[in-house]
Design a protein around this ligand. Sequence first.
Ligand SMILES: Nc1ncnc2c1ncn2[C@@H]1O[C@H](COP(=O)(O)OP(=O)(O)OP(=O)(O)O)[C@@H](O)[C@H]1O
Ligand SMILES: [Mg+2]
Ligand SMILES: [Zn+2]
Length: 555
Amino acid sequence: MSYLVLARKWRPGNFDDIVGQEHVTRTLKNAIEAERVAHAYLFTGARGVGKTSAARILAKALNCEKGPTTDPCNECTHCREIAKGSCVDVHEIDGASNTSVDDIRDLKEGINYLPSTCRKKVYIIDEVHMLSTNAFNALLKTLEEPPSHVIFIFATTEPHKIPGTILSRCQRFDFKRIPVKLIFEQLKTIAGKENIGITEKGLMLIAREADGGMRDAQSLLDQVVSFSGDTITDSDIIDVLGIIDRTLIHDAVSAVIEKNSPACLEIVERLFLYGWDIKEFGKELLEYFRDLAVVKATEGGNGLVNATDDELETMKRIVLSLGAADLHLYFDVMSRGMEDMARSLHPKIALEMLLLKLSTLGSLRNIDELIDMARKGRSFPEKEEPHLPPMKAEEQAPQTVHQPVSLAEPETPYVREEEPHKESEKTWKGFVDFVTNKKAVLGSILQRAHLVSFGDDEIAIAPDNDFSREKVSDEEPQLKELSALYFGKEKTFKVNKLDTAAGELNSLHEDKKKRESDHSRKLKKEAMEHPRVIEALDIFKGEIKEIRTDLSFNE
Ligand SMILES: Nc1ncnc2c1ncn2[C@@H]1O[C@H](COP(=O)(O)OP(=O)(O)OP(=O)(O)O)[C@@H](O)[C@H]1O
Ligand SMILES: [Mg+2]
Ligand SMILES: [Zn+2]
């Protein structure tokens, strides 16, 4: 297989075959359908993203014997000649080698003749920015009032070099770099159809390397095929493309997270021995930390991470043991380290130090996470790394500013001891809970009612409004039954007016409110006096802005 073969063989034949440029193809199709095709187009965008392909498809669409159509047949004489570049009415001109006024003059003469067999004469001028100023000026006249049988399609990678007078006479389409994922999928299709044995990881390596250009991706695939034959190993790709092995990136990230300093140094050594570019490695590592942060933030990547499914799974596993704050910290330190590395005369040493620094960063814990743990009554260890091997004492990170501000103490004040509920003790509160479980509305009325008296045979209550009073009276038979179930003995219910009970006991509801606020006050006090908090305030020279307490206060 030779160079360019794949790119030629896989040139899109129809608008729908063009990958990742829907904003262009949809508009062109609409224009054809509505018979409102412009007389001059400018296609801009990076190399190998589909400009020439789109221009040829437009030429075919207008001239297909079964058209004009949005879907040229690719079989008729016109379609086939246009695809081959041999159609007399479709001119492909290389702006780079036809830059003179004379060239444009020839072109202008030709324009006045009607097409010989096609409907439209199409002039595709590639690299149009290479035309001389005079050539542009000569072109300008034609662009102002072109014959109706002529269409110009200009293509360029450098639109800023085109004079404004030309730009303003064209309808412009900016072709985008193609997302890695789409390139990957296209390569996968091609590899499948061409029987090329290559792993998804390998295809992803190529797709990433192509930097948004489909032609580049296909050429790279050609290159590795001609190196390895029909079965391509990942290490072939790494060798041929001279790219950094993702395994090494992954190993480095693991070493950092596991706080394994010796492994960090060993990886830099390996990198150096392979002769890989240290700064390039730094860039990839930075990107990996970015990807991890994105996976964490989006709970799975959300299409924003260029990775194979396997890689994505690995990333998801890694971020389980890390908080968002950790990831941001890694990224920050990494990106500052990269700047140092760029300036350093010894990038290798700079990278070693950077990895060491990263591997000794303390684990930051998100405050909500802490509160959540406290709420669940779990005592949290200094560092919790469920997926990593336990650390040896001598590997413990030295104390740095980034060390966790952990609120962990053997006995956490945030956990409220549950008072053991004695079965034998049958209280008003117990009864109200019992009723609430069975009859929510009635229960909530009882909770807000004031208890006037609580006797062996009779309970007197004062509900807090007329409606509730009526409801309790109506439901008395029900309450009696429930009391028999709960107390083992039926009680009668006496309903008082609230004012007769004024100054009496609080309702359960009021009691609870009061206890909640006492509880919250107590917690706030404890938090402010907590030694770790005092220490943290001292280290960061901070002040307490807000203390949030557990809102779901449970009895
Ligand atoms: N969007 C795309 N979808 C599918 N294949 C594409 C796409 N873009 C490029 N290709 C592949 O790359 C080859 C070259 O594309 P094309 O000539 O259209 O690129 P271009 O944008 O004109 O590039 P240049 O600026 O270098 O002229 C095509 O034959 C095709 O195989
Ligand atoms: Mg082109
Ligand atoms: Zn056709």
